[in-house]
Design a protein around this ligand. Structure first.
Ligand code: ZN
Length: 97
């Protein structure tokens, strides 16, 4: 699996808002594969676990259906987003503070 994030045209989604926080997006990160129905993702803004539903529209992920292993993967994605946001804030504060 390619772990590099890709934001090229292969990863476009219909423009939409995160169902949890309202963050506007039209892209999914990911590897070589195009985003498709059933893919699990987390919001880059609020780290809510999401799933691509029909028409590649994001819906909240029903975590009750996931195995322990899948839950661990989702948790890892959420932690990665939270850490990235923290790092960006720290850099900004360093520059301005
Ligand atoms: Zn969100």
């Amino acid at each position: 699996m390619n772990s590099r994030l890709s934001i090229d045209s292969d990863h476009l989604l219909p423009q939409q808002r995160c169902p949890a926080c309202g963050h506007l997006t039209n892209r999914a990160g990911g590897g070589a594969e195009r985003p498709s129905e059933g893919d699990v993702m987390v919001c880059i803004s609020c780290a809510t676990a999401l799933e691509l539903g029909p028409g590649n529209l994001m819906i909240r992920l029903n975590t009750g259906k996931l195995s322990t292993e899948e839950l661990a993967e989702v948790w890892a994605m959420q932690q990665a987003v939270k850490l990235a946001k923290k790092a960006v804030h720290a850099k900004r504060n360093k520059r301005t503070g």
